[in-house]
Design a binder for this molecule. Sequence first.
Ligand code: GRF
Length: 193
Amino acid sequence: MKTRVAVLISGRGSNMQSLVHAAAAPDYPAEIALVLANKPLAKGLEFASQANIPTAIVDHTAYATREDFERALDEALHSHGIELVALAGFMRVLTPWFVDRWAGKLINIHPALLPKFKGLDTHQRALDAGETEHGCTVHWVSAGVDEGAIIAQAAVPVLPDDTADTLAARVLQAEHALYPRALADVCGKKSET
Ligand code: GRF
């Protein structure tokens, strides 16, 4: 049985696309059963609709409190029978309430080699720090932002003439390879238990 996965996005959704492509393989252990965005205009929603994947919008600006927003999110996930949530460029920090409810079922991709460069602007910060290596991490989501246990990482070199944009593009390519592998690992292990 394939794990029913929701991918949560806020924008372009290129990582979501890489997961959708991977999940098209008959032996892939996950099915992308929902693409959910917190922004009605998130670019990735168009791709998901064209790929015939159910989509949902839970617009955070429509809710008075973070808790109301997360309750709506939680309801949408349950109504689609979701078993695992993959954050992919989802730009809302989730509260401990939501993280606890989805403990062990919530993963994220972060564009840095955690524990280095938690938070935003990771590529510029890696350049400023004179790193020779940078990369991406798939990790379990815990209450602390970008702090959960690491599932998988991929490294790329930092080249002498890199800008934040060229480095981001190299890391993004690595993300597109890493996230489908990490999701398959997580879902494969889940189905063995
Ligand atoms: C990726 O770099 C991801 O690691 C970060 O936000 C970016 C999202 O890109 N969390 P996309 O929407 O998947 O194209």
